[in-house]
Design a protein around this ligand. Structure first.
Ligand SMILES: [Zn+2]
Length: 474
């Protein structure tokens, strides 16, 4: 029996407007090499300047991950040669990273465990090589060169693919809540590189480690790890040795394949970057950052369960992103019926947002408007059916619910005189059902209520209709 040992490295792109050491834009998807300057092109004589926003974001992330923040941290050159790295080195951090010795709690299968964070350091990204198979040429795009990254490294504390995925999901949620990373895995803003080894159960010493790359979804993290666990178990069971290497996840084949072995691994010859002064972080400044941290996802989910008495499912959905939670709470403040608000946010609102590809922060229906609509239902001004019908129009036109109701004459009818007339018509048109009811067939009442609601265009107050019908039939 072998024990699985997993550690994870993540490269998270920080959401700064400009690059790590120059003023070039970090916007994604622009025409190649349009966002470059002498600094990120590595031209002689150019000098880097540290991006303050990137340091702030790294500190926020570190604090949220319970790290200690290095008062003195330093940038180092990591030397290697590759066409997408114009300087011939990457500016990273080595001996004195900005964050160290943190931890995060993950919950898998009903138990909670702590994953230790070894370090989180700032570095710049490399450019991108594009291999054009038709022409046999390779092109280099340096728009990404110099983009700020936070590399977050765990201790080998995870024992299954599920734990690794739980850690990664949690980490991505935290970084998105902190607004330091957009979490877009397809665009490479959140890159996962798990490493894995096996050891005989009970053995302290770690086995030989394999690193996995080229994984851009949580599903692939799980698939790749499970494939690798199976492959290494087979190698060891047959008496073989696992080689220390980096393997790529091949999506089409559903397996991992060797990218490079340890013999080819780089010796990066790190040394302090002489162009950059050591970075000193004032304690007061770090404490101020700590005080400004937002509520984190796990804490918020727990609070939604306790404070609003929501079911687990609702609490999970409503805290999936920071903006959904904020929309929900703003609405509940105005209409204090949490479960009703939750149903509308998860139902009607989410449907419209998905249909139009809109983020909840930009919803044309504000929490105020939603609360007004729900209050109108509560007060009997409109029926629930009418409220559901007009919601898409509120969303499409940005109009207030009162205005739509007034324009369309949709106010709920509770007036006995008006309802009485509609009911009399319905009874006259359905003599057979009336007779059945009088013979004791109670279910027919539902049919008659339905008919009245229909003839009133959904505007009749159903409670009133029930009451009046019973009275007239009895
Ligand atoms: Zn630049």
């Amino acid at each position: 029996m072998y024990e699985v040992v997993i550690g994870v490295e993540v490269h998270a792109q920080l959401r700064t407007k400009s690059k790590m050491f120059c003023g070039c834009s970090t916007a994604f998807g622009r025409s190649p090499n349009s966002q470059t300057c002498p600094v990120c092109l590595g031209l002689p004589g150019s000098l880097p300047v540290i991006n303050k926003a990137a340091v702030e974001m790294a500190v926020r992330a570190g604090l949220a991950l319970n790290c200690s923040i290095g008062a003195h941290n330093r940038f180092a050159r990591k030397n290697y040669f590759y066409p997408d790295l114009p300087k011939g080195y990457q500016i990273s951090q080595y001996e004195a990273p900005v964050c160290e010795h943190g931890w995060m709690e993950i919950a898998v299968g009903g138990t909670t465990k702590r994953v230790r964070i070894r370090r989180a350091h700032l570095e710049e990204d490399a450019g991108k090589n594009l291999h054009v198979t038709s022409s046999g040429r390779s092109l280099v795009d340096l728009n990404r060169a110099g983009t700020p990254l936070l590399e977050i490294v765990t201790e080998p504390d995870m024992r299954s693919a599920d734990e690794a995925v739980a850690y990664l999901k949690n980490l991505r949620d935290i970084l998105m809540y902190l607004e330091v990373c957009d979490g877009n895995m397809e665009e490479g803003s959140f890159r996962c590189e798990p490493n894995l080894s096996l050891r005989p159960a009970g053995q302290q010493e770690l086995g030989v480690k394999v690193e996995l790359k080229n994984i851009n979804s949580f599903k692939f993290v799980k698939d790749a790890l499970e494939h690798e666990i199976k492959r290494q178990t087979e190698v060891l069971t047959e008496g073989g040795c696992v080689k220390q290497e980096t393997r790529l996840w091949n999506l089409d084949r559903g397996e991992t394949a060797v990218m490079r072995s340890k013999e080819e691994a780089h010796d990066y010859r790190y040394f302090p970057d002489p162009d950059l002064v050591p970075l000193k972080l004032e304690r007061e400044w770090v404490d101020a950052s700590r005080a400004e941290l937002p509520e984190l996802p796990v804490v918020r989910t727990r609070r939604f369960l306790e404070e609003y008495g929501l079911p687990d499912y609702d609490a999970g959905v409503l805290t999936a992103t920071r903006d959904v939670g904020e929309y929900f709470e703003a609405s509940v403040k105005l209409f204090p019926q949490p479960k009703t608000v939750s149903n509308w946010v998860m139902g009607e609102l989410t449907r419209e947002l998905n249909n139009t590809g809109t983020a909840i922060g930009a919803s044309p229906v504000s929490p105020e408007r939603l609360a007004t609509l729900l209050r109108m239902v509560e007060q009997g001004t409109v029926s629930l059916k009418v409220a559901r019908d007009i919601f898409p129009e509120m969303y499409r036109t940005g109009k207030a619910p009162e205005q739509i109701v007034q324009e369309k004459g949709l106010t709920q009818v509770s007036d006995e005189g008006a309802l009485s007339q509609v009911i009399d018509d319905v009874l006259a048109k359905n003599p057979a059902q009336v007779a059945q009811f009088k013979q004791g067939k109670q279910q027919v009442l539902g049919f008659l209520v339905g008919q009245v609601m229909k003839s009133s265009g959904g505007k009749a107050n159903p409670g009133k209709v029930n009451e009046l019908l019973k009275h007239k039939l009895g």
